[in-house]
Write a protein that binds this ligand. Structure first.
Ligand code: GAF
Length: 387
């Protein structure tokens, strides 16, 4: 849906001129479930985005309108709290973060909507949080840095959506750079951009169309299992502050005490961090074939050790693996549904999409949606003239 519709809906409902903001969804090439373990990720912002029209209204009321749900929500600035209206929580959580920092948030109006598919693992919720955080920061002149906005948006997700997520999604939405992937050290928050060769290779997303209800509860459970592993290792290796510091040898040594499940979760995370490092080296060397192999390795670990995949995602990765024009494929994001990300030779994109669509229908009787993505800039203000 175009930005002009969001702007028109705002002007029609609220009769004043808004600030226009674009907030993208993200892909993650490799480094899954590593962010909350102090590890490494390699995301990028994409051309699937949420548009915002936001303006202060001179009252004490927050008036929100979801263009996609065609629903309104209103509350007083002094009464911000988690609501039964799920979509509003992502926005209210951000307001609560501003207020929690002692920043005065006056009444404002907001219309938002976009084309990030919901539940597809492309971080529509992070885009919503980051878009509003950026808009408020601009309108209120609060001069918060992007990393602070990312942290606040992440905490909004913890407190108002109940998912104990890491920082990757919010970071990617705010720090994306056109034509580049960005490697983030989720502990130090240092980051580095790498150009991504879009002439010869494309990122194609295959949307399984499933979202299992397990997603958020299992996500929080995985996080606890990793913390349990760290607590055990710390008794022997006090320097292990997170799984990022652990080694496979340490895990092996204490395998019995860790127990089968915690051992598998932890060894996946340690291996995935090593894969991100190796994948970045391959990217710098221009060896996309090696990069693709790391992606396949990531999927196998997520499926067998971390157990966050599902049959639909596994079929999509198998379909990619048997097609020669695909260099790598893996499930992406929290898991239990959503999209696979596929690294595909540009000349083979159309044939791959056909192969995957037919195969998905034949093997599971399910329709497949695919998205060919472009890597874009992160959250920013749009000129009114663009709308
Ligand atoms: C979700 C979370 F929001 C991220 O923080 C990250 O942990 C991801 O799952 C798994 O890598 O997208």
């Amino acid at each position: 849906m175009p930005l002009s519709s969001i702007r028109a809906a705002f002007e029609q409902q609220f009769q004043h001129q808004p600030l226009l903001v674009r907030a993208p969804g993200r892909v993650n090439l490799i480094g899954e479930h590593t962010d909350y373990n102090g590890g490494f990720v390699l995301p990028a912002a994409i051309d699937r985005e949420i548009y915002f029209a936001v303006g202060l209204n001179g009252t004490s009321q927050i008036r929100l309108y979801s263009y996609d749900q065609q629903e309104s929500f209103q509350t007083d600035v002094t009464a911000v709290q988690p609501s039964d209206t799920q979509w509003a929580n992502y926005l209210l959580g951000v307001v609560a973060q501003f207020q929690g920092q002692g920043l005065d948030v006056p009444g404002f109006d907001c219309v938002f909507g976009g084309n990030v598919p919901i539940g597809a693992g492309l971080s529509s919720s992070a885009a919503v949080e980051c878009g509003l955080a950026f808009a408020l920061n601009t309108l209120l002149n609060t001069n918060l840095e992007r990393m602070q906005l990312a942290r606040m948006s992440q905490l909004a997700e913890h407190t108002y959506a109940g998912v104990q997520c890491g920082i990757m999604d919010q970071f990617a939405s705010l720090f994306g750079q056109a034509g580049h992937v960005v490697r983030l050290d989720c502990r130090s928050l240092e980051y580095a951009y790498f150009p991504f060769d879009t002439e010869h290779y494309q990122l194609v997303l295959c949307n399984s169309g499933v979202k299992h209800s397990l997603a958020s509860s299992e996500y929080n459970t995985r996080r606890q299992e990793c913390e349990r592993g760290v607590a055990i290792l710390q008794q022997y290796y006090p320097e292990v502050q997170s799984l990022r510091d652990a080694t496979l040898a340490q895990l092996e040594e204490h395998r019995a005490e860790l127990g089968d499940v915690v051992y598998r979760r932890c060894s996946y995370v340690v291996e995935e961090n090593l894969r991100v490092e190796a994948a970045c080296q391959s990217l710098v060397a221009g060896d996309l074939r090696a990069f693709g192999q790391q992606m396949y390795g990531s999927h196998a670990g997520l499926r067998d050790k971390y157990e966050v995949s599902c049959p639909e995602l596994d079929v999509l990765v198998e379909l990619a693996q048997e097609f020669t024009g695909v260099l790598g494929s893996r499930m992406m994001g929290g898991g239990f549904g959503g999209c696979t990300i596929n690294l595909v030779e540009t000349s083979q994109v159309a044939a791959f999409v056909q192969h995957a669509t037919q195969g998905y229908q034949q093997r599971l009787g399910l329709p497949l949606e695919t998205y060919q993505t472009t890597i874009t800039a992160g959250v920013g203000v749009l000129e009114a003239s663009v709308a």
